[in-house]
Design a protein around this ligand. Structure first.
Ligand code: SF4
Length: 550
């Protein structure tokens, strides 16, 4: 059996998104200024830096202005935002808002691809002295008591039963004085740490949305680079949180997506289907006439805001970016907050390393720095945004409007509106929903999930353990079939779950087929499964989607 390598670094960042990369870069800058050598390592599960990076994205450059003031000379943004519109879609028409609400005004912001930004930021972090290793998934945290001392990366070359094959390579143990988790939403290691250390004690539950996105090549310049449209209304029913986005990228590429709150009642809600339906709207269908689908992807979005953020520090540990809940749902923006969180984490770690003390008490400075920063002030103004939609679209919009006038309070009597975990909102016994309308798939404007998975570039080797662990599939067969009608066949945007159950007299027979090779790593199943029996863990390093331009 091959030996497991051990590697020691000063600081390990897990997940090469904007939070970790900005953190590694800032730490490199601080070390360089002080002429001190530091071992900074960033590991990433994707095959390349940025290949799992997906976001809207309209990027606020505020953090980047602080981190790399000359970023405009080299950053691969698509276009400055040129126009901003908000549309309310009815089933056949569109009402354009006479004024764009302040949170959605994007003058001075940039339409960007997170994949390209991450790749560029990875190069900058390396120039600043960090090492960046793609195809290295963080599999589990290494502990000394309740102190995090490192990360074990995933093995390669296991067969579907978990037995070593001839190409078996064990993962490495990477020991670090501080581990920074920037794995994105619902990170595997962040989930382990939050559960073990109860980092969410006293906090509101995190609530998420599922963002589904496609890139289309337009035949002409009918939708200009830098044009930004957000939509509300159709295709979602008023009781379900969500909306659409349409952004003009360079070279006549259209970025179109739909966000569905993962706190819906109707178990037949299907975020992928909602994007397909949105494209069938006459206004949007006309926009895509003669265009060609070129890319697909999906990702969960942490929407809960300030009060849903877990404690961000522990002994040897910090949480940044989406893993820490740094996202402004009201503005549908997180890249700038992720970067700022990474930068503040770097400053905290720098002081801790100099003091040779990386205990929780020393690292708690991260929360203090955050509380004093513009990132906290911004999140405070949107702290009750998502919660305001609990009773539907109209109260949610009124609350959002009031929030902008009241500094974030909205219509809450108390400072904070209560939240509940999305998986508890799904209705079961007694709720007999109509199945949500299905888009007619034509292979031109609308696509089924498997075609879209193909367009995500997703690849997983078949002969390996499934990276979707369902702890008890008898619950799927005996309870979920009856109580919810197996919503996994709807909520997964990659057709991973295939319930093959049949009624036989009073009994239900059959099994749950898990087509894990389709998985686009969005984490929706781990979040919304009503029994909370699905755990997403990373597959072999370098596998999953290959997002280009997303
Ligand atoms: Fe997303 Fe889960 Fe489906 Fe993978 S299996 S695509 S993580 S919902």
């Amino acid at each position: 059996m091959a030996e497991r390598d051990q590697l020691e670094v000063d600081v390990l960042f897990v997940g090469a998104g904007p939070a970790s990369l900005a953190g590694a870069l800032r730490l490199g800058q601080l070390a360089k200024d002080a002429k001190r050598a530091l071992e900074i390592l960033v590991i990433e599960k994707g095959s390349e830096i940025g290949s799992h990076g997906i976001s809207g994205a309209v990027m606020d450059p505020r953090a980047l202005d602080e981190l790399l003031p000359d970023w405009r000379e080299s950053a691969p943004v698509e276009s400055p935002v040129t126009t901003d519109e908000l549309w309310y879609l009815t089933s056949g028409g569109r009402i354009k808002a006479p004024i764009t609400p302040p949170p959605l005004r994007n003058h001075g912001k940039y339409v960007a691809s997170l994949q390209k930004i991450s790749k560029w930021l990875g190069d900058k972090a390396e120039e600043a002295g960090a090492q960046v290793f793609p195809a290295f998934p963080g599999q589990e945290l290494l502990w000394d008591g309740d102190r995090v001392i490192g990360v074990r990366t995933g093995d390669k070359g296991l067969d579907h039963n978990g037995n070593p094959k001839s190409n078996y390579e064990p993962g490495a143990d990477i020991l670090a004085k501080v581990v920074v988790l920037g794995e994105g939403p619902r990170g595997t290691l962040a989930k382990q740490a939050i559960a073990r250390l109860k980092l969410d004690d006293g906090r509101e539950p995190q609530v998420y949305a599922a963002g589904i996105k496609e890139l289309w090549q337009l035949p002409d310049d009918r939708f200009k680079a830098g044009a930004v449209v957000h939509t509300l209304g159709y295709p979602l029913p008023p009781e379900t949180f969500g909306g659409g986005f349409i952004y003009g990228m360079a070279d006549n590429v259209l970025d179109i997506g739909h966000v569905t709150g993962l706190d819906y009642k109707n178990p037949t809600t299907d975020p992928h289907n909602e994007l397909q339906r949105m494209k069938q709207h006459p206004v949007i269908a006309a926009m895509l006439d003669g265009a060609k689908l070129i890319r697909y992807g999906a990702k969960a979005i942490p929407e809960g805001g300030l009060f849903a953020m877990p404690r961000l520090y522990a002994d040897g540990l910090l949480l940044v970016g989406d893993s820490g809940g740094f996202l402004n749902g009201m503005r549908l923006k997180g890249i700038h907050l992720a970067m700022k969180s990474g930068m503040l984490a770097a400053e905290t770690i720098w002081d801790a390393l100099r003091a040779e003390n990386c205990d929780a008490q020393m690292l708690s400075a991260f929360e203090r720095l955050f509380n004093q920063s513009w990132a906290h002030a911004e999140l405070r103004t949107s702290r009750n945004f998502h919660q305001g939609f609990k009773n539907g679209l109209l109260p949610g919009m009124i609350n959002a409007g009031l929030s902008t006038l009241t500094g974030g309070r909205g219509f809450g009597v108390a400072d904070k509106l209560p939240a509940e975990p999305g998986y508890e909102v799904m209705e079961k016994a007694g709720y007999k929903p109509a199945e949500t309308p299905r888009a007619k798939i034509d292979g031109v404007l609308t696509f089924d999930k498997l075609t879209d998975v193909y367009n995500s570039g997703t690849m997983h080797e078949e002969d390996q353990p499934s990276h979707l662990i369902v702890t008890d599939t008898t619950i799927c067969r005996d309870r979920c079939t009856v109580e919810y009608g197996n919503p996994c066949r709807y909520f997964c945007p990659a057709a991973v779950y295939e319930p093959m159950f049949e009624k036989n007299g009073d009994a239900v027979e059959g099994r749950l087929q898990i087509n894990f090779t389709n998985c686009v790593h969005c984490k929706t199943c781990d979040i919304i499964d009503p029994y909370q029996i699905i755990t997403w863990v990373p597959p072999q390093g370098g596998e999953g989607p290959v997002y280009t331009g997303m």
